[in-house]
Ligand binder design. Structure first.
Ligand code: PEP
Length: 249
């Protein structure tokens, strides 16, 4: 079975609830007949308006983070159970901005992944290297280390259903998109790493995305690579251009 492409938008800390509703109404006709799965990962306050305004469409809603505990005294946090009950299907975990600014560790991410699966959420796990790591030639070692730590103890069945996003940190929000060869090299290595930890079947099922300055002009070439199953899109997901990326062919 060929893997279905998926294009997920990461709005980061952008869009008010009213802007969410207005944006979705413009986006709906642009993605109606998309071949790819379409996901918008929105700020927590926008989840309910996003779910309401996308009802009956092909657009699914994702969160950008969640806590690894079931509930409790964690002021400002949101739980997997809350997201799932609201109707959220996806959750971005381990975005480099959260790793950098909020000091999220691989150990915490491992707990978050387990909790997300427990509640039937599909995680979009991000990994990626800095420019310094790339220049030192340690990109693949670094990515393998992230994948192995984040997935420790997670079942093959769960991994087969999840999404991994390769996002080189130097390409995020910089306009410095990785070349399709650079992106494919790492996405292929991620798939090989999954085959090594689990088996070939699991590696063939898991969807691997590229993220980092994806736009309407470069999506087709990136998504045509054999190990790239779509994209995680930041800046361009805030514009009608996102509709073109979804219909990249
Ligand atoms: C991101 O933040 O996940 C991202 C890929 O951002 P951008 O597309 O703006 O580089």
């Amino acid at each position: 079975m060929p893997r279905k492409k998926i294009v997920a938008g990461n709005w980061k800390m952008n869009m008010t609830p009213a802007e969410t509703v207005a944006f979705v109404s413009k986006l709906r006709p642009l993605v109606d007949d998309a071949d790819a799965d379409v996901v918008l990962c929105v700020p927590a306050i926008d989840i309910v308006p996003a779910l309401t305004s996308t009802r009956g469409t092909c657009i699914e809603i994702g969160a950008q983070n969640m806590h690894y505990e079931e509930n409790g005294a964690y002021t400002g946090e949101i739980s997997a159970g809350m997201l799932s009950e609201a109707g959220v299907k996806y959750v971005i975990l381990g975005h480099s901005e959260r790793r950098e600014y909020f000091h999220e560790t691989d150990e915490e991410l491992n707990k978050k992944l387990k909790k997300a699966f427990e509640h039937g959420l599909t995680p979009i796990l991000c990994c990626g290297e800095t420019l310094e790591q790339r220049n030192k030639g340690i990109t693949l070692d670094w990515i393998r280390m992230q994948i192995k730590s984040d997935l420790f103890g997670i079942s093959d069945a769960d991994v087969a259903e999840m999404i991994i996003a390769y996002e080189p940190i130097w390409a995020i929000g910089t306009g410095m998109t990785a070349t399709s060869d650079q992106a494919e090299e790492v996405c292929k290595a991620i798939r090989e790493c999954i085959a090594e930890i689990y088996d070939d079947y699991t590696a063939e099922c898991v969807r691997i995305l590229y993220g980092g300055s994806v736009n309407a002009g470069n999506a087709a070439e990136l998504f045509a690579q054999p190990d790239i199953d779509g994209g995680l899109v930041g800046g361009a997901s805030l514009k009608p251009e996102f509709g073109k990326i979804v219909r990249y062919k």
